[in-house]
Design a protein around this ligand. Structure first.
Ligand code: 5AD
Ligand code: SF4
Length: 493
């Protein structure tokens, strides 16, 4: 653990920055689960008449961490605001996955400096994945000394104490544990709307060579099944309509238990029996996607027919360089096995183009895999070197122009697939969860199909939060249009 204050001039003497070398030497020591989290009574008034604003970057894991931080701040009496001028605390919950995510945060810190000069009492904090990177922490210490708190992804539960410290001492507080954290249960969470995220595990042990996550989020550790199931039951009782189980690699769930044999398929099988209308999960790794899980997902019910299954590349050689631990053939086999058990499944994926040394032929293998699997949507990225990862040391001989051209071709083929698959739905009846008014027209409602496709239809606001049936009338590239039908006469999808 490292902690120090702004008044200390030579930070290096007092502060051990998070270290990638240490992160890689993760031990086998037991992970402790803490059930005693509490906000002390004396801190519950600390935020009276004060406002907070949390700006979140990156993935759902960060969004969910933000819900936890909001929960803690509200338990301390703070009120949320969207107005920076009104805020007494601004936290940036950052993402480190690609360089442009980091650039955005440094740009934002520049703007916040001006605000801080106008309002010296403002507390500014940086948390999330960037604060787990030693280069970033050092840069903030040297160039953005007006920041009041930096804390890491393993230190979220410490926010109330760190804040108090920052308030009363008005000195920079840095607390980043480079060693993975334990599991802290019972932190308050501020959830909004009808959909809720539930962490089932933390961290990642896959060490894909391009990825910073195993270093910023620590080693794989699963929440105990009884804690996950209790949380899902409680959310169901509260009336949430959709639950998304979260983990960097949900398929590794339970592999770290040494007292019980209970894997992701077992968890899904138990969650399937809970009375909550919809259950999804993010993100899968093809390597650990086992037959039992496929069999459980095939039972459908509240388990949705959408699987996000990142492939990253269609070339076995590139997959090897990425250390993905599966081949092109193995991925194709898995996709076809899933489709056999769930013929109406929609598969989506993540793809990186321009990995160091990726040849034209290897990129064409990605294109052909995409066509063979027929993904309905995909998140596509140009490779971004991340300091300290093995890929960052590989020779990157693919010119940026080539990478951009590959990305464009890939996006075009994915758009074609999405459009074609949407066209096929015209005339069919789909079961949807009505999520809210559409952004552009208050008379139009937005909903999601079981396969996670966006669909708009005209309907009354009272339908928001309910599950209804729509007939698909029009197909666009990335969304559908439909009309409400009272009772489904045809088979629904
Ligand atoms: N460069 C580009 N994309 C990356 N991803 C992860 N690391 C990098 C990187 N260094 C992508 C992967 C992953 C998604 C969340 O982000 O496709 O699945
Ligand atoms: Fe990163 Fe690979 Fe872990 Fe996903 S599985 S978080 S890409 S290291």
């Amino acid at each position: 653990m490292s902690q120090h204050t702004k008044s200390e001039k030579d930070f290096s003497k007092y502060f051990q920055p998070p270290s990638l070398t240490d992160a890689k030497k993760r031990g086998k020591e037991d992970i402790k689960v803490h059930y005693d989290f509490q906000i002390p009574d004396e801190d519950k008034e600390l935020g009276k008449d004060k406002h907070y604003l949390i700006q979140t970057y990156g993935c759902q894991m960060n969004e969910h961490d933000t819900e936890t931080m909001k929960g803690m701040l509200e338990a301390m009496g703070y009120t949320g605001t969207e107005d920076r001028q009104e805020a007494d605390i601004i936290l940036l919950n950052t993402c480190a996955i690609r360089e442009n995510a980091e650039d955005k945060v440094f740009g934002e810190l520049g703007h916040l400096k001006t605000l801080k000069l106008q309002k010296p009492g403002l507390i500014l904090g940086v948390c999330g994945c960037m604060s787990q990177e030693e280069a970033v922490v050092n840069r903030i210490l040297k160039k953005h000394a007006f920041v009041d708190i930096i804390f890491g992804t393993h230190n979220i539960h410490r926010l109330p104490s760190l804040l108090k410290e920052a308030y009363f001492s008005k000195e920079m507080v840095v607390e980043v544990w480079s060693k993975e954290g334990d599991i802290v249960e019972n932190m308050p969470k501020k959830r909004e709307g009808m959909r809720a995220w539930v962490n089932i595990m933390y961290g990642c042990d896959k060490f894909c060579t391009y990825c910073i996550v195993p270093y910023t989020r620590g080693k794989e550790r699963s929440r105990r099944p009884e804690d996950v199931l209790a949380e899902v039951r409680d959310l169901a009782r509260q009336g949430f309509k959709e639950i998304t189980l979260l983990g960097q690699n949900v398929n590794a769930y339970g592999k770290d238990f040494d007292d019980i044999e209970y894997l992701f398929g077992d968890l899904m099988n138990d969650i399937r029996k809970i009375d909550v209308p919809r259950v999804r999960f993010m993100t899968s790794h093809p390597r650990d996607f086992d037959d039992h899980l496929i069999e459980v997902l095939g039972k459908k019910g509240n388990l949705m027919e959408h699987i996000h299954l990142p492939v990253q590349s269609g070339s076995t050689e590139i997959l090897k360089k990425m250390s993905r631990k599966y081949t092109r053939e193995r991925y194709l086999e898995l996709a076809s096995k899933i489709k056999t058990v769930m013929p109406d499944v929609v598969l989506s994926t993540d793809i990186i183009v321009g990995f160091p040394g990726e040849t034209d032929e290897q990129f064409e293998e990605t294109m052909s895999l995409v066509k063979e699997v027929g993904f309905d949507f995909a998140f596509t990225f140009i490779y971004s070197p991340r300091e300290g990862t093995p890929a960052a040391a590989m020779e990157d001989n693919v010119p940026l122009e080539v990478k951009k051209a590959r990305l464009q071709r890939l996006n075009e083929v994915i758009a074609t697939f999405s459009s074609e698959s949407n066209q096929k739905l015209i005339g069919q009846v789909v079961e949807v969860l009505v999520e809210g008014e559409s952004k552009n027209d208050a008379n139009v409602l937005s909903a999601r199909t079981r396969t996670n496709k966006l669909i708009h239809f005209v309907g009354s606001r009272e339908l928001i939060g309910t599950i209804v049936h729509l007939r698909v009338t029009e197909a666009k590239t990335w969304f559908l249009k439909g009309e409400l039908i009272e009772t489904p006469l045809q088979k629904t999808v």
